[in-house]
Ligand binder design. Structure first.
Ligand SMILES: Cc1cc2nc3c(=O)[nH]c(=O)nc-3n(C[C@H](O)[C@H](O)[C@H](O)COP(=O)(O)O)c2cc1C
Length: 191
């Protein structure tokens, strides 16, 4: 199994506006691989521009925000590719697509790093950040999951959140839980 960096991918729309989305960057022997499920704005932008920025951040509000539709995070221009990176990230990698594997469900984009830069120190792992990222993935798949699995996972993730979260993690968790509550209510309006 490849090592996957859970990252924020920034690409450019045709009108030059940035598109910001959480996505895994898979480490391969040749470089980094992005695998967006169809349909996806990131996929369209990768096909058109052949470039992307992989942003590494410990601000999990960006993961949660994108999943609930809040995507207006500050960006600045990249150094080598024509694109943007998150203004507040720990580090970023600018990549060019070297090879594509077309697929009806999940095309693969094999990329080469053309520039990498560190902007701030990494201050260690945090269980609440893990919990928020897991909840963000769960929220992005709510319609595919049974109610019981949703509730069991949230109960487990809440342990790490309660023990280790700061303000950013609690805020991100609350945004995501609003989506979970709305989903469960829509599924079962009497509860
Ligand atoms: C931590 C995390 C990792 C994700 N990884 C992927 C991924 O590898 N591929 C994908 O298609 N979506 C992934 N998603 C879901 C996307 O962020 C989401 O579906 C988004 O809508 C992608 O579509 P877009 O390119 O139109 O923004 C991930 C979400 C999270 C929270």
């Amino acid at each position: 199994m490849p090592f996957i960096r859970e990252s924020i991918i920034t690409t450019l729309h045709a009108n030059g506006e940035p598109h910001i989305t959480p996505m895994g960057a898979h480490e391969t022997s040749q470089g980094l691989m992005l695998a967006p499920f169809k349909p996806s704005a990131t996929l369209n932008n990768l096909l058109r521009t052949g470039t992307a920025t992989i942003n590494y951040t410990d601000d999990v509000r960006i993961f949660a925000g994108c999943i609930i539709g809040q995507r207006d995070w500050p960006t600045v221009a990249t150094e080598v590719i024509e694109g943007v990176r998150l203004a507040h990230c720990l580090a970023h990698t600018e990549v060019k697509v070297m090879q594509q594997d077309a697929d009806d469900v999940r095309p693969k984009f094999y990329c080469q790093s053309v520039h990498e830069q560190t902007h701030a120190p990494f201050h260690g792992y945090n269980r609440a950040q893990f919990a928020v990222i897991e909840l963000a993935i769960l929220v992005s798949r709510l319609s595919m999951l049974p109610k019981q699995k949703i509730e069991t996972e949230i109960e487990y993730l809440h342990i790490g959140l309660d023990k280790t979260a700061g303000e950013r993690e609690f805020e991100a968790w609350d945004w995501l839980m609003q989506k979970v509550t709305a989903h469960l209510q829509a599924e079962n309006p009497t509860t």
